[in-house]
Design a protein around this ligand. Structure first.
Ligand code: ADP
Ligand code: MG
Length: 722
């Protein structure tokens, strides 16, 4: 019985059928001699080096010969696939300058069909008489005859006998056909024979998964269409399970390895903080805090993700954690992805902490104010030196910053709590870098996502974290009415609403079109937009400008003038995406809204609807792309960030959302976080069951062998040292 690890070590080159030359295509140069390139060469060009690579090169689709429609039964307008033989291929004589047309007549023994290829003269070079093809396309009639124009064509000639024919992803450049790939795979399957199945039988039985060896054969050489679907289900589940096992083990390893801090929860400092708040906590905040406190009280480092929609009040929960650390004599750090956000957090933390004192034996009064500082790349050298000293001596309780917090020179006296406001930008590595700065026991980590991400994606992107969800907004918010302004009249109505709201004493935001080039260009275009509005639809109003190129001091001055109501309209780039919090602002107009992603639009919209008054968000966009249209329609339809996150995942696909941050995602060939949400959840449950009952996988040696061969060196050392 072979294991996946053995397959990963077996080179494709050794496979006799891979040593064969590529079938010489009858095109110009190779027509006469033998093609010097072997199948193995071509496979390697496609990134297939081991038998594991080869056997996980799954068919892109399947042709079911049993349900093939005979050519005589094809009707005009049908989308059909036929298997047929080439009878004649020729190039139509064309007038000078006209595009060349290749016409190929095919027959399935019962009838004839013509295929026309426009402007693809190379078709003539390889479509020889007698060749067997699978042709898919739409049936049309031309001069009374049925035909297909520019159909997709796969050469299926060869030894293929099965009823369901797999079609492999192939590469024009590598020059290997689906059938040749299939031949190599067939041989590899025979070499493998039985494959070890390390997934516990109980899990397989409970969820009715097929056996692994059977699945591997069936996926490549199916008996039936139903069979290959079962096979793909099983193999896809294995991919998800391996990924989740690695994530769950990583999580357990952190807990096992590290000495954490048992924080002093429910302290006097926190009751005073609670009493000083101008509002009661929401039910969701209470739940989140008790969930988090249970973690904080344990001597195991916390590793938790806090998800919540825009405006759900995550900052308060974060501050609660930071203060818990402070009340036990530890320090806290809040890390933000951008300077603007760090500055904004700094301001709001200071505001919330105003007047709050911590016990201090060294002070005359026995207490002092909580000391919060800001560290970004803009911090001046002298301030920086002072601040670093304060962190090292422990005089500074809380520090808010950007990546600057990760630089070498930053050292804490006793860092106890790290909050990361993440926005998809911090990786696992950075999280651990910050943990290492602590000096003593490992601090607890809370990651806040500013934008909800779908649950299944969260399980993977943040699979090594526990999750807390803030699923309730503070009371008194009115949902924002969102309008997609598609034409000039709608746009006029949007500006009219802005003017009306301002006459009623409210305020408005205008978000400038997104300019990709640079911050500088973006800033210029924002000031031009302001000039245009001041002369046109917003003439006579008090308008301010906010963009990323402004110095921090000016930015803060502009925001302060807007906050006090001195400015009625704030024209801004996406810098207002984060942190700006003015309950009196009731309208937002987003120009060229189709250029923004859903997450960003939702985040922007979250700046209005913060008070009790009715609010509007106008999305200006006259000619969006189809994707843009779906984004805008989704924004009009719902205010629910989690629902929008699902739409986003559907539109963008997981690759773009997950990026490269999770290496294991590359192992997902059959499974999709998007299409197989149910199985992601299932895989996570099974992974927890397995690791929970057997943390070092001592009773699953085969599983360990398999995982070891799939993870990279660093993880291998970390996860499997016993
Ligand atoms: P998020 O970061 O989740 O988008 P914030 O933490 O910025 O949300 O909070 C949004 C607004 O809601 C802030 O003005 C904050 O003061 C306010 N807020 C937070 N918690 C409550 C609460 N329990 N009741 C009323 N307002 C709250
Ligand atoms: Mg916030």
């Amino acid at each position: 019985m072979k294991s996946l690890a053995e397959l990963a070590d077996a080179p494709v080159r050794e496979l006799p059928s891979a040593k064969r030359g590529l079938r010489a295509l009858p095109n110009t140069k190779q027509a006469s001699g033998k093609n010097a390139k072997t199948r193995a060469d071509a496979l390697e060009e496609m990134g297939i080096f081991s038998l594991l690579d080869l056997l996980t090169h799954y068919p892109r689709r399947y042709l079911d010969r049993t349900t093939q429609v005979p050519i005589p039964e094809l009707k005009e307008g049908d989308e059909a696939t036929v298997m047929a033989t080439v009878r004649r291929a020729r190039r139509l004589p064309s007038r000078r300058g006209a595009k060349p047309i290749v016409v190929v007549d095919i027959s399935d023994g019962q009838g004839y069909l013509s295929l026309s290829f426009f402007n693809q003269p190379w078709r003539l070079q390889y479509l020889r008489e007698g060749m067997e093809l699978a042709v898919s396309g739409k049936v049309t009639t031309f001069r009374g005859r049925r035909q297909m124009a520019n159909p997709s064509v796969e050469v299926v000639e060869g030894e293929w006998k099965g009823r369901v024919v797999p079609i492999y992803p192939q590469s024009e450049k590598a020059g290997i056909s689906s059938m040749e790939i299939g031949a190599c795979i067939g041989e590899a399957l025979r070499w493998v024979g039985e494959l070890e199945d390390p997934v516990p039988a109980t899990a397989l039985e409970e969820h009715r998964f097929a056996g692994r060896s059977w699945s591997l054969w069936e996926v490549h050489q199916p008996e039936s269409m139903g069979g290959k679907s079962e096979a793909r289900r099983r193999l896809g589940f294995d991919e998800l399970l391996r990924l989740q096992l690695v994530l769950v083990m990583r999580k357990r390893a952190v807990e096992r390895e590290c000495q954490g801090i048992a924080h002093n929860v429910g302290s006097e400092l926190l009751s005073r903080f609670r009493q000083g708040l101008p509002f009661p906590l929401t039910g969701a905040q209470e739940r989140a805090i008790s969930e988090i406190e249970a973690d904080l009280a344990k001597p195991v480092p916390m590793h938790r993700l806090l998800q919540g929609d825009v405006g759900a009040g995550k900052t308060l929960v974060a501050l609660w954690c930071l203060l818990t650390a402070v009340s036990g004599g530890f320090q806290g750090a809040l890390m933000a992805p951008t300077e603007v956000l760090a500055e904004q957090h700094h301001i709001s933390l200071r505001a919330m902490l105003a007047g709050l004192a911590v016990p201090d034996g060294a002070s005359l009064w026995g207490e002092r104010e909580v000391r919060v500082e800001l560290l970004t790349n803009r911090t001046t050298a002298s301030e920086r030196a002072r601040l670093l000293a304060g962190l090292a001596t422990g005089d500074v309780d809380l520090v808010v910053g950007t990546h600057a917090l990760l630089t070498e020179s930053v050292r804490f006296k006793r860092l106890g709590m790290v909050v990361i406001d993440e926005q998809h930008r911090f990786g696992v590595e950075q999280r651990s870098a910050l943990r290492e700065k602590a000096g003593g026991p490992v601090p607890d980590v809370l990651v806040m996502t500013a934008t909800p991400i779908p649950r299944t994606a969260a399980m993977t992107v943040y699979g090594d974290l526990d999750t807390t969800v803030l699923d309730e907004l503070p009371p008194g918010r009115t949902p924002v009415a969102t309008v997609w302004a598609r034409g000039p009249l709608d746009v006029e109505a949007a500006w009219e609403t802005v003017r009306d709201e301002i006459s009623a004493g409210h305020q408005a935001y205008v978000v400038c079109p997104l300019v990709e080039e640079s911050e500088r260009v973006q800033a210029t275009s924002a000031s031009e937009e302001l000039a245009r509005l001041a002369e046109g639809p917003l003439a006579g109003l008090r308008i301010g400008l906010l963009h990323g190129q402004l110095p921090a001091r000016e930015k803060e001055a502009v925001m302060a003038r807007f906050r006090t109501g001195e400015l009625q309209v704030l024209v801004a780039t996406t810098v207002i995406e984060v942190g700006v919090d003015v309950a009196n602002a009731t309208v937002m107009v987003i120009e060229d809204a189709d250029r923004f992603g859903i997450a960003q639009l939702h985040q922007l919209r979250g700046r209005v609807g913060r008070g009790a008054a009715k609010s509007w968000c106008y999305l200006l966009s006259e000619a969006p792309t189809p994707d843009g249209e779906e984004r805008l329609a989704a924004m009009e339809r719902t205010n629910d960030g989690f629902e929008l996150a699902e739409v986003d995942l559907d539109l963008r696909g997981e690759g773009t959302i997950l990026g490269t941050r999770q290496k294991g995602v590359n192992d997902l060939k059959l499974a999709s976080l998007r299409r197989h949400r149910k199985y992601v959840t299932l895989a996570r449950e099974v992974a927890f069951d397995i690791v929970g009952a057997d943390p070092a996988l001592a009773r699953h040696p085969a599983l360990v062998r398999e995982l070891r061969s799939l993870v990279d060196d660093e993880d291998r050392e970390y996860l499997f040292k016993s």
